[in-house]
Design a protein around this ligand. Structure first.
Ligand SMILES: Nc1ncnc2c1ncn2[C@@H]1O[C@H](COP(=O)(O)OP(=O)(O)OP(=O)(O)O)[C@@H](O)[C@H]1O
Ligand SMILES: [Mg+2]
Length: 320
């Protein structure tokens, strides 16, 4: 069960996706913390305008601003509207300024299928460039994308390629083609699925792999999040069951029941984890369930400790 994914921190761009609620944002942040500990200038880009990271780190800012949460760790919340305004101002100059403030143009552009995704991923791409287009912007060593849940996440990764194919010529096609090539370059871009060890998320992770494969993309790691500890062996479970049978009406029934149900949950999780390990040999990395009222900074640091041992080292200075 001790998988290592040694080359992950050598990429410049990592997408974190998975079923809704499995811990994508938590894992994306933990990866960001690990990378920053290694001295990588890292930004975690939230794509669904959640702003949750800034709240955890007790920071406030304008939307679409790059905010430093702790030394070397930044965050940005990307939304399509701001991405379009920035794109137009940068690419089309004064005309772009006029277009960006035109509500009709905005409504038209945003109604184009896939345009929102293209603009958002275009901004992610921009963040990952060494020579950034936005004025005075410093480069990042690593961009971790807290991507939308699975279905949308796949769409997001596919969008640039779709635009490049349908537009064929013109600036949008060229730009989309460049972004698609970046995503397809596995030495530059990594894709991680987060799953809890439960049946539905595991099903979705397998479906995600198949959907990515249709676009010649692949998962670089599967992170099993929130794994319960297995606290009791078979003998102990038998003893707890016997005690429960004998504890008629006694207040000890509650804790005994709780122990049995936690054991059952851990057993179900073990089965689902096995499925993942069979489907993704050598790619499964496991993070523990954190027993805390909420995932705050201390829990994120602890998850980063666990991940740090599994993710390997970034490339040396010369290799970048
Ligand atoms: N390892 C863990 N142990 C305990 N709780 C966790 C763990 N990872 C995440 N959580 C909790 O589970 C909930 C969902 O986590 P998170 O917001 O990271 O998921 P998500 O996949 O980003 O969700 P969404 O699809 O809504 O964006 C949060 O309340 C988070 O604090
Ligand atoms: Mg999230």
């Amino acid at each position: 069960m001790f998988t290592r994914v040694p080359t992950l921190l050598q990429r410049r761009l990592i997408f974190v996706t998975g079923k809704g609620g499995v811990g994508k944002s938590t894992v994306a942040t933990a990866i960001g913390i690990v990378a920053a500990r290694h001295g990588l200038r890292t930004i975690v880009a939230e794509l669904s305008a959640q702003d949750s990271l800034q709240r955890t780190f007790d920071q406030e800012s304008e939307p679409f601003q790059e905010v430093e949460l702790s030394p070397g760790l930044f965050t940005i919340s990307i939304d399509a509207q701001h991405a379009m305004e920035e794109y137009l101002k940068l690419r089309v100059g004064p005309l772009g300024h006029a277009l960006a403030s035109s509500r009709l143009f905005g409504a038209f552009a945003m109604a184009t299928p896939g345009m929102r995704e293209l603009l958002s991923i275009g901004k992610v791409w921009e963040l990952a460039q060494l020579n950034r287009r936005t004025r005075d912007a410093a480069p990042y060593d690593l961009v971790v994308v807290d991507a939308p849940a699975t279905g949308h996440g796949v769409g997001l990764l596919r969008t640039p390629r779709t635009f490049a194919e349908i537009a064929r010529v013109g600036p949008i096609a060229a730009q989309a083609g460049t972004i698609a090539a970046t995503i397809a370059d596995r030495s530059f871009t990594g894709v991680i699925a987060v799953s809890t060890p439960e049946e539905m998320p595991v099903n979705e992770t397998i479906a995600l792999r198949d959907a990515l494969a249709r676009d010649a993309l692949a998962l670089d790691a599967v992170i099993v999040n929130a794994r319960y500890p297995s606290r009791f062996d078979t003998g102990e479970i038998a003893a707890i069951e016997a005690a429960l049978a004998a504890a008629d009406g006694s207040p000890s029934r509650g804790p005994l029941r709780a122990a049995l149900s936690e054991h059952a949950r851990a057993a179900t999780q073990a089965t689902q984890q096995e499925r993942l390990e069979q489907e993704f040999p050598g790619l499964v990395v496991t993070l523990p369930f954190m027993f805390a009222p909420a995932i705050g900074l201390a829990e994120l640091e602890a998850l980063a400790d666990a991940l740090g041992e599994l993710l390997g080292e970034p490339a040396g200075e010369g290799a970048r």
